[in-house]
Each structure stands twice: as structure tokens, then as C-alpha cells.
Write a protein that binds this ligand. Structure first.
Ligand code: SF4
Ligand code: SF4
Length: 424
């Protein structure tokens, strides 16, 4: 749905939330039980319907853009569970992002929101040159035994946000570098660009390497442009549209125009890529959006030779895969093709785990509640391996499993497919 062309109420004309989208809400309330913040707080204004009411009132000039309105939008995870539930097709994600962009531009800030952490994350994560030294320090923190001491003594307990960040830390891996071309290992299907992501390439470089290996085994020439940067997903969700557009435009330039598909293994990045056509008005961005695919969408159309993997695995639907990209069946189908693997469903699989980009850093109280709820559902499933197609979910679920004392392996579906892949 395109942005409204003229000023509406408290919103100016630049990227205003669509009035048509706001008015599509018929207030039925069907989305409420699917909204994580409504489930936890039970407050209308922290539900999709309440948030739409606020945005529409502002768009119709009945409400100013106030810190209170901003706070209700800040507390939203942007998970888009409400979009899946909504029978009227309300494009909640785009309405939220457009409204946040206006709040940011006009400097309307909720005092309870952690703006400093947001700014730090947005200025650090997209820049590998800034993240790399940080990772080096974290590696030293872990290998020196300092982490075990800090955790064992509970030294960060009084500092909730610092503790939230520290608790998410996985064992910092060694860097994995990929060649710029990984050639197809069977008759070539075409050329696939691989998005390596900013956080993904540092924390889950092995998942990128396995993604390239699976694509090559399935017959794709895998192109990994060295010049690629961040896709801008975090900035888009935070309403930093100028920075988002600048990052997106650079990313579009870094991928050759002759690629057949552009593959990502991070749900949040994939969802943002697929929306480039909405937010960027040029043909190359629309072209990239049309070629963007989650790895599961690509592999499901191939016939990978897979060996036995006798495991019981639970699947968690990453929000930006299930709700953002409507990709639910393909990862399940791929996992079911692994001989011996038993796939189990978890209750509320599509309810956000609390990760939501940097949400678990900026809103630790809500994120922790949702993380605990997710672990309870996984525990009930009986599976001791859980898989999800998004790095943020992997970190969040692993953290809460650790804290709940649940012995749980948390892996990307690509990891399981790569384990089962028969080398020919
Ligand atoms: S995006 Fe998620 S958290 Fe926000 S209103 Fe919709 S369901 Fe609720
Ligand atoms: S967003 Fe959709 S499901 Fe939710 S109240 Fe409005 S019309 Fe109903």
C-alpha cells in the first residue's frame, strides 16, 4: 500500500501511514489474542486495535503525537502477528513503521523508552568494523573466565539492561569467511546471491557457510559480494527511514543485476528485502525485492540427497518469516524430508519469542516474559532441539533455555539440513 500523498492530521505528508490501511480496521478484536503485548499486559492500548486507534486518531487530527502515543508504539514488537490474524488485511507493519518514522523525525520521545540503547545498537550492529573489536573483547571476556565469574556471582543482576545484553551472548565464534563465488556442485540452476547479514555474519558465520554449501549442492552458483553491508531492517523497524534507505540503496548496488535469486537465512533481513519495493522508489530496489527469497523457499524446490538424522526437533516460527514473509510450510517440509527426523509442533509457535530485532535489549521486561513463555511451550513439546530461521530468535531462545535450566540445542534449520546432507 503506498504512502498517503498529503498531510493527514498530526502526520506530515512524508511517509505518512496510509489512511486506507488505518481505516481498514473494523475493530473486531480478532487480532487481540495473537498479540504478545496484549497477552502480557491485557491493555487495549497495547493491542493492535488500540495502537491502530491511536494512529488513526492522529491521522484524523483528533490526537497529537504525544509521548504517551509513542510509548504504546514503542512497546509493540513489530512482530506482525496481528497481520496474520486480521481478516480485513490491515497492513500493520507498514503503518507502525511509517508512524514511528514520523515520531522520530518530529522528536516525539517516550520518557520510558531506552533511546540510548536503540541508538547504540543502530550505530554499531550494521557496521562490522565497529562490531569486530567488540566481539574480540567479548571473546576475551569469555575465554578468560570472567563471564563464568560474572554469571556465577550474579554481578549484573542489579543492572537489568546490561544483564539482558550479556545473557544473550552465545560463545563468540571464530570468523568464517566465504569466497566470492561458491560454484554449483551439480548442473547449474542459476546464480544465487547470498546476503550474509551484519550480526549474522559475525555470530552465525557457520550458518552462512552451510547455506552456501546447501545451495551449491542443490545446483546454484552462489555469489557472495564482499562489498555488501547491512540491509537496514533494524532501522526500518525503528522508524529511521533515512538511514534505512541509505543502507538499502548501498546493498542494492552491491548485488550484480544478473542474479536469479537473492537468498537470506535471517527472517528479519528477508522480510525487509521483500519490502524494498514499498519504501524505495527505484527499479533496482524493486528488482531486488522481487528476487529475495528465504533459504527454505529456495531449497524446497530442490532434491537434496539427505541421510538419516534420528532427532526429535521442535520448530519455532520466526515472526518475520511466518507473519512477515508468509513462509511456514517450506521449512517444515524440508525438515520432514530428513530421514529419521521427527518434527514436533509447539503450542503458540507463531507467538513472538521476545527477540524482535533489538527489542530484547531495549524492552527487557516484556522480552523476558515472552522468552519464558516460549521456553515453557518448548518444554511441553518434549523436544530437546528447537530450530528457527532467524538469528535473533536463536539467541533469545538459547538464553531463556539456559536460565530455565532446560537442556536445549537451538539451531538454524540450515544446520540440520547440512548435518544430513550426503556428500556425493
Ligand atoms: S505487531 Fe505484534 S506486538 Fe505489535 S500490535 Fe501487532 S501483534 Fe501486537
Ligand atoms: S486489526 Fe484487523 S483483526 Fe485487529 S481489530 Fe482491526 S480489523 Fe480486527
Amino acid at each position: 500500500m503506498s504512502a498517503a500523498p498529503a498531510r493527514s492530521g498530526a502526520f506530515d505528508a512524508s511517509d505518512a501511514p496510509s489512511m486506507e490501511g488505518l481505516r481498514a480496521c473494523v475493530h473486531c478484536g480478532i487480532c487481540l489474542p495473537q498479540c504478545p503485548t496484549y497477552r502480557v499486559l491485557g491493555q487495549e492500548m497495547d493491542s493492535p486495535r488500540g495502537r491502530i486507534y491511536l494512529m488513526r486518531a492522529a491521522a484524523e487530527g483528533r490526537l497529537e503525537l504525544t509521548p504517551t502515543l509513542a510509548r504504546h508504539l514503542d512497546l509493540c514488537l513489530g512482530c506482525r502477528g496481528c497481520e496474520t490474524a486480521c481478516p480485513s488485511g490491515v497492513p500493520f507493519g507498514q503503518l507502525l513503521e511509517a508512524s514511528r518514522a514520523q515520531l522520530v523525525r518530529k522528536g516525539v520521545r517516550a520518557p520510558d523508552t531506552d533511546h540510548a540503547t536503540t541508538r547504540w545498537a543502530l550505530e554499531t550492529f550494521p557496521h562490522p568494523a565497529r562490531l569486530a573489536p567488540l566481539l574480540w573483547g567479548l571473546k576475551l571476556y569469555q575465554s578468560s573466565g570472567a563471564q563464568a565469574f560474572v554469571r556465577g556471582m550474579g554481578l549484573l543482576t542489579p543492572f537489568r539492561k546490561l544483564k539482558a545484553m550479556e545473557s544473550l551472548l552465545p560463545a563468540v565464534p571464530s570468523a568464517v569467511s566465504l569466497p566470492e563465488l561458491v560454484p554449483a556442485r551439480s548442473r547449474s540452476r542459476g546464480r544465487a546471491g547470498l546476503l550474509t547479514g551484519c550480526v549474522q555474519r559475525l555470530f552465525y558465520g557457520d550458518v552462512n557457510a552451510k547455506t552456501a554449501r546447501l545451495l551449491a549442492a542443490a545446483g546454484w552458483d552462489v555469489v557472495v559480494p564482499r562489498s555488501q553491508g547491512c540491509c537496514g531492517a533494524l532501522h526500518l523497524h525503528a522508524g529511521r527511514l533515512d538511514e534505512f534507505r541509505s543502507l538499502a540503496a548501498s546493498l542494492v548496488q552491491s548485488f550484480p543485476a544478473d542474479l536469479d535469486v537473492i537468498v537470506t537465512n535471517a527472517a528479519g533481513c528477508g522480510s525487509a528485502l521483500k519490502e524494498y519495493g514499498h519504501w524505495l522508489a527505484d527499479g533496482a530496489a524493486r528488482d531486488l525485492a522481487a528476487k529475495a527469497r528465504d533459504i527454505a523457499e529456495v531449497l524446497v524446490d530442490t532434491d537434496l540427497p539427505l541421510d538419516d538424522l534420528p532427532l526429535t526437533v521442535a520448530y519455532h516460527d520466526a515472526c518475520h518469516l511466518a507473519h512477515g514473509q508468509k513462509v511456514r510450510g517450506e521449512p517444515r517440509e524440508l525438515l520432514r524430508r530428513i530421514p529419521g527426523l521427527r518434527l514436533v509442533e509447539i503450542q503458540d509457535s507463531e507467538l513472538c519469542c521476545g527477540s524482535a530485532g533489538i527489542y530484547n535489549l531495549t524492552e527487557p521486561a516484556m522480552a523476558e516474559e515472552l522468552g519464558r513463555m516460549k521456553i515453557a511451550r518448548i518444554r511441553e513439546s518434549g523436544a530437546r532441539i528447537v530450530t528457527a530461521g532467524n538469528p535473533g530468535c536463536l539467541l533469545q531462545i538459547a538464553r531463556h533455555a539456559r536460565e530455565a535450566g532446560l537442556d536445549l540445542e537451538v539451531v538454524h534449520p540450515v544446520d540440520l539440513l547440512a548435518r544430513a546432507l550426503r556428500e556425493t
